[in-house]
Design a protein. Structure first.
Length: 139
């Protein structure tokens, strides 16, 4: 397996950054309760699982882009990541609009997670539509 970082296009770089942002946000406080702040894993487990899959998809997209010579594997990863990121974004928006029972307020992790999910969604869709050759690869 040969890694060629020149194959990364702006869409894949953006998806990687969004995936890392989303993954980190899952462990930050999302809601505050009387007993204290809770992260996504404790407050909204279903949304956290789907968001973790979207973050993993974004990381897989970046990994497949730099390791695979054929564009078919990164393209398949981008399509799958787009679908999962769309579902994650919807679930996070629902969680923000309708907080869990007993929550007192929304915390910063929720908004960082929403931003990361949107970045992953837009970047993976951009990667699917980007028909330019990879950087550094002869045309």
């Amino acid at each position: 397996m040969q890694i060629d970082a020149r194959r990364m296009r702006p869409a894949e770089v953006s998806a990687l950054l969004g995936g890392v942002l989303l993954a980190v946000a899952l462990f930050e406080p999302w809601f505050e309760f009387a007993s204290g702040r809770q992260d996504a894993w404790n407050a909204v487990t279903a949304a956290a699982v789907v968001a973790a899959l979207a973050a993993a998809g974004a990381l897989a997209l970046g990994w497949l882009t730099v390791t695979q010579r054929s564009p078919s594997a990164p393209l398949a990863a981008a399509v799958l990541t787009s679908v999962v990121a769309l579902l994650a974004t919807v679930l996070i928006v629902v969680a923000a609009a309708s907080p869990p029972a007993g929550s007192l307020e929304r915390c910063f992790g929720l908004w960082i997670g929403l931003g990361g999910a949107v970045i992953v969604l837009l970047s993976s869709c951009w990667s699917v539509r980007d028909e330019r050759p990879f950087w550094g690869v002869p045309v």
